[in-house]
Design a protein around this ligand. Structure first.
Ligand SMILES: [Zn+2]
Length: 190
């Protein structure tokens, strides 16, 4: 089994649910796990990972991995919202996976709403993480294509073309297919 994994997908592709189900199954088999999330993600409170379908578990919220000490008897580290960490945090996770012999499973977004990769996600690919795509459909009504992109909207419903790559909350975002992204992102009406 690979020891460094990146489960990636758009918003609303059930990434947190998959993390929680994996954690549950490991624990049921007596395997000690640690759940980690970035401290900047305050959507559901500091100390839990929650999914939209009602699953929840306690997690440790940390700003980065530089001073993080993984428990000796921990075998699996599950990290949510990995895109909010930095490339140097990924290097730290590589050290934990390879030199501390832990399985590290990262969950998060690949690209932002400007079709650019998050630096941590790029670093995971560079260091050879095993990639697992979480699939979901485009959120434009009636579209059945794979959602691969995010559109970010302002309060008037217009597409935002720039700004902070780090997204807090997802109420102003839609996960869409590439075709709808290109149509709406490059539309002259916006
Ligand atoms: Zn679409």
């Amino acid at each position: 089994m690979a020891n460094l994994h990146f489960h990636y997908g758009v918003m609303s592709s059930s990434k947190s649910a998959a993390l929680l189900i994996n954690a549950y199954n490991f624990k049921k088999n007596g395997i000690k796990v640690e759940l980690i999330k970035p401290a900047i993600d305050n959507r559901f409170g500091e100390k839990t990972i929650d999914s939209r379908i009602g699953l929840s578990d306690t997690a440790t919220a940390i700003p980065n991995f530089q001073n993080y000490i993984v428990g000796e008897d921990t075998r699996v580290l599950l990290v949510d919202e990995i895109q909010f960490f930095s490339p140097s945090d990924i290097d730290r996770l590589v050290d934990i996976a390879d030199n501390k012999n832990k399985i590290v499973m990262c969950y998060g977004l690949m690209v932002d709403s400007n079709e650019k990769m998050f630096p941590a996600s790029q670093r995971l690919i560079e260091v050879g993480a095993k990639l697992h795509r979480m699939e979901s459909n485009c959120q434009i009504q009636g579209c059945m294509h794979l959602a691969t992109h995010h559109l970010r909207f302002d309060s008037n419903g217009k597409v935002i073309h720039s700004g902070d790559q780090i997204a807090l909350g997802d109420s102003n975002y839609k996960s869409v297919c590439r075709k709808h992204y290109n149509q709406m992102y490059h539309s002259k009406q916006h």
